[in-house]
Design a binder for this molecule. Structure first.
Ligand code: PMP
Length: 383
């Protein structure tokens, strides 16, 4: 019999909405990927490495040039020190980093705490490792994380907490106060915190990203995850990494050696170049996306959407109760068919106890497309 963790999964919501969007020629603000590729220089470096080689297995923990660049990036932006020799491991994307970290930290009967709504890979990968997931639910308005909710989810069996900040789909960049609450909740335990920070450079309104590992005493229990796909708008590259104390990274590295073993040398070389020479790119990208967010937020509010705060990521969430009595899923299907705009119902990111009156907009697109989708929505709702 197949593994029920995967056999019981429904078709992904992204696939469902994308197929429907194609059928109705809708603008797709569902799937979260940029519609413009990142810097040419990274692609040139990767292309040269591909042609000149070597194209054989790089070291399992990642090419030295990239581990050094990842370590230097953490030092430059956050003052965090990771030894590139044994405190950094390169993975095939943030997704593999998350899987490796979960498999390395939790096994059969262990508990893993996750913030719900959750990114779709988290729960199945923890469950496939035999762990039990305990959800801490964020609630609207505001999607705030509280110490009370965290403490209620933590038990003697908790081995890891997976926190995603900036958060997909909620669009939150958790505040220092919220991160301090998490720090208090784990103090005195040996719980490891897996920090999915793939949107670290997409934080808006002049705020700075706060890695949990920078809080006093937290570095030793944090596995900090990054993704070049998100930093450089090259999501198809799937190059990611995990940084952390060597005792923990060594175990993640062992999991990684049997998940993918390594990742493309050409892409590793391109990303190393980017981290060293193209860090202006994510800064400019964040400016462009902030403009998109502002345009969306203002015009959606006028239409009656209950726009929630968005401090980072590609995503904005909004309540639909003033617009419809339908649930989010039906509302999204109708918008594709009748307005020509595809969104994602937020209920897809909850296992149970879902608020089913919110939708997610992906605004990692060119401004003209965002405006075109707003024009469609305005025309539709004014009818
Ligand atoms: N974590 C979150 C929260 C994400 O949104 C994504 C990508 N959508 C990932 C991880 C995966 O990153 P990658 O593409 O590098 O595997």
């Amino acid at each position: 019999m197949p593994n029920p963790v995967f056999a019981s999964l429904p078709t992904s919501i992204f696939q469902h909405m994308t197929v429907l969007a194609q059928k109705h020629e809708a603008i797709n603000l569902g799937q979260g990927f940029p519609d413009q590729d990142g810097p040419l220089s990274l692609r040139e470096v990767a292309a040269k490495q591909l042609l000149d080689g070597p194209n054989q297995y790089p070291p399992s923990k990642g090419m030295a040039v990239l581990r050094q660049a990842v370590s230097a990036h953490a030092a430059q932006f956050y003052g965090l020190t990771y030894d590139p020799e044994d405190e950094v491991v390169i993975t095939s994307g943030g997704t593999e980093a998350i899987t490796g970290a979960l498999m390395a930290m939790a096994g059969v009967g262990d508990e893993v705490v996750m913030i719900e709504p959750t990114y779709d890979s988290y729960r199945p990968m923890a469950e496939a490792a035999g762990a039990v997931v305990k959800a801490v639910k964020l609630a609207a308005p505001g999607w705030r994380l509280t110490e009370e909710a965290l403490r209620a989810a933590i038990t003697q069996k908790t081995r890891a907490i997976l926190i995603n900040s900036p958060h997909n789909p909620a669009g939150r960049a958790f505040s220092r106060e919220e991160l301090e609450a998490l720090a208090r909740a784990v103090s005195g335990t040996d719980i490891v915190v897996v920090c999915d920070e793939v949107y670290e450079h997409l934080v808006y309104d002049g705020a700075a990203h706060i890695p949990l590992a920078t809080l006093p005493g937290l570095r030793g229990r944090c596995l900090k995850i990054g993704s070049a796909g998100k930093i450089f708008s090259l999501t198809g590259w799937k190059v990611g990494w995990v940084c952390g104390p060597r005792e923990l990274v060594s175990v993640v590295t062992k999991a990684h050696q049997f998940i993918t073993f390594t990742t493309s040398p050409a892409l590793q070389a391109g990303v190393a170049y980017g981290l060293m020479h193209e860090m202006d790119y994510p800064l400019q990208l964040a400016r462009r996306l902030q403009t998109n967010r502002d345009i969306l937020a203002a015009r959606l509010t006028k239409l009656g959407f209950d726009v929630q705060p968005c401090e980072g990521t590609y995503f904005l969430t909004a309540g639909i109760s003033k617009l419809t009595n339908e649930k989010d899923f039906a509302f999204c299907e109708r918008l594709i068919r009748e307005a020509g705009v595809a969104l994602i119902p937020l209920s897809a990111f909850f296992k149970s106890g879902t608020p089913d009156t919110f939708v997610r907009f992906a605004f990692c697109k060119q401004q003209a497309l965002i405006e075109q989708s707003l024009e469609r929505l305005e025309k539709y709702f004014k009818k």
